[in-house]
Design a protein around this ligand. Structure first.
Ligand code: FE2
Length: 281
């Protein structure tokens, strides 16, 4: 059964971090519509002044953050001394688990194209040891077929598996570029939530629905998606995962199941006992 488009909306301007002008594709306001996904921010820009303020020191607990830099550079550093740079084509899949305190600072470039997705963790894993999956562009397989160029970050396309595996909600995260009027068909596990965010161009995400750059298409349930590019071609992210169906208590960068857990987390952050485990690299 082919999935249709259930709803479409446009990303909206938002200011985050120390004054980064970005576009919020979805967030608190849409919860729990995208479960297990909590938030998607698009910080693409041609003006460095939009993003140079960056995201200075802040904590995370109870979630995973996935930073995908199509073009540009973001330096990051955590309070335990781990540091590095996410360069064009790289992905950082960070499981905050029990807690991480870090900063993420976009660096000046001619054109920044970057996204951050927040994936919720189930109650049983919210306090797991943090870990990083730093995935360089060379580790991300590219599948080229029938007018589609597909980068597989997580999940699989045909028999090609993405490098980010062993994750709780079995997420799929693929970057698809389609030539003019070509079609991409892809199976998605029945029951998993799936959406596409259009980076460039436009196309039919079901036979009756055209979706264009800056818009998100949320799919109905089903086995497959079938997407056809418009005349100028189409670049989109296709993301899917298993819903958690758990209560969400969310404030800022910390997402737990109950209000008490949230209060505890912020209390620990202010009294210096927030960090529970050393991250696995
Ligand atoms: Fe962060």
């Amino acid at each position: 059964m082919i999935r249709n488009v259930e709803s479409v909306w446009q990303s909206v301007p938002a200011i985050e971090g120390a004054g980064v002008y970005l576009r919020r594709v979805f967030g608190h306001a849409q919860m729990p519509k995208l479960d297990p996904f909590l938030l998607l921010d698009d910080f693409s820009s041609t003006k460095p002044v939009d993003y140079l303020a960056g995201f200075p020191w802040h904590p995370h607990r109870g979630i995973e953050t996935v930073t995908y830099i199509v073009k540009g550079r973001v330096s990051h550093e955590d309070n335990l001394g781990n540091k590095g740079t996410i360069n064009s084509g790289d992905v950082q899949w960070m499981t905050a688990g029990s807690g991480i305190i870090h900063q993420e600072m976009p660096q000046e470039s001619e054109r920044m194209i970057g996204f951050q997705l927040w994936v919720n963790l189930p109650s049983t894993r919210k306090m797991m040891a943090p870990r990083y999956h730093d995935v360089g562009r060379g580790e991300i397989p590219e599948v080229d077929y029938k007018g589609a160029l597909v980068k597989v970050i997580a999940g699989s396309v045909g028999n090609v598996k993405g490098p980010v595996q062993d994750l709780v909600v079995s997420p799929e995260y693929i970057d698809v570029s389609l030539q003019s009027l070509s079609t991409f068909e892809h199976p998605i596990v029945m029951g998993h939530k799936a959406f596409a965010y259009v980076v460039e161009g436009d196309g039919h995400f079901d036979p009756n629905r055209v979706v264009k750059d800056g818009e998100i298409a949320v799919f109905t349930n089903g086995d497959d998606v079938s997407i056809t590019a418009g005349s100028k071609g189409l670049h989109f992210l296709l993301i899917a995962g298993k819903p958690l169906n758990e209560p969400v208590a969310w404030y800022g960068p910390i997402v737990m199941n109950t209000q008490q857990e949230l209060v505890k987390a912020f209390g620990e952050y202010s009294n210096g006992t927030f960090i529970k485990h050393k991250p696995q690299i």
